[in-house]
Ligand binder design. Structure first.
Ligand code: ADP
Ligand code: MG
Length: 227
């Protein structure tokens, strides 16, 4: 990565609208956001306020937006597909509401595979997977497949996978939204502890004020802007 400074993310003037039939809805109307290195920011807003749209843009998963997105010091919004893939792989980690683990692979392999794609040798990748999963209390679940794990365990594996390549920035979209409240609290606490321990920054979309309050800073998406 060409990164030299400390910033994880700087978004400037991010705009995104969707055409729904004859109507154009402006979901993001000029969003500005800065996330420092290692900072954990909650992106709070009610359902439909544009949180997922924003994370998809910052995650370089969708085009069709205007504005600047600097990730780890690199202007990423205007990159071609190969450049976007490179930035995603080198600098970003993703956690979603549903775990999206590969069903035919063990918990450990789900954390190993993204590292192999990244160019890490298998022994080192396996050691890191064991270490990350162990830190999440899953040392006894390494060879289990996703279907053999509880919802909270599946989501912990997804967290370990997101951190596998030591991303500068983790993008998490309602990461505990599919869990019951007690499990959500525990998994979120573990997620925050691990992200802090790894020194990654995170942008965590949630509609839950109580969970948002556990993060370093809260930004609110309202009428297409951050307040
Ligand atoms: P949130 O994640 O905060 O619940 P979303 O970003 O999913 O909100 O959606 C924000 C608004 O954008 C909603 O009104 C939604 O219908 C609209 N929207 C999102 N994606 C699309 C799409 N691909 N096509 C049309 N409208 C969309
Ligand atoms: Mg959403």
């Amino acid at each position: 990565m060409s990164e030299t400074g400390g910033d994880a993310l700087t978004v400037t003037g991010l705009k995104r609208s969707f055409r729904q039939g004859e109507v154009v809805i402006e979901v993001l109307r000029g969003v500005d956001l800065h996330v420092g290195a290692g900072e954990i920011v909650a992106l709070l807003g009610p359902s439909g306020s544009g949180k997922s749209t924003m994370l998809q843009a910052v995650g370089l998963l969708e085009g069709g937006f205007e504005g600047s997105i600097r990730i780890a010091g690199e202007e990423a919004a205007k990159l071609d597909n190969d450049g976007r893939t490179r930035v995603r792989r080198e600098a970003l980690g993703f956690v979603y509401q549903f775990h999206h683990l590969l069903p035919d692979f063990s918990a450990a392999e789900n954390v190993v595979l993204p590292q192999l794609i990244h160019g890490t040798a298998r022994p080192a990748a396996e050691a890191r997977a064991t270490s990350l999963l162990g830190a999440l209390g899953l040392g006894h679940r390494l060879t289990h497949r996703p279907a053999q794990l509880s919802g909270g365990e599946q989501q912990r594996v997804a967290v370990a996978r997101a951190l596998a390549n030591a991303p500068k920035l983790v993008l998490a979209d309602e990461p505990t939204g599919n869990l019951d409240e007690a499990t959500a609290d525990v998994v979120l606490a573990e997620f925050l502890r691990l992200v802090r321990g790894e020194g990654s920054a995170a942008l965590v979309a949630t509609h839950n004020e109580r969970l948002a309050a556990k993060m370093d800073r809260v930004v609110r998406l309202h009428e297409g802007r951050l307040g």
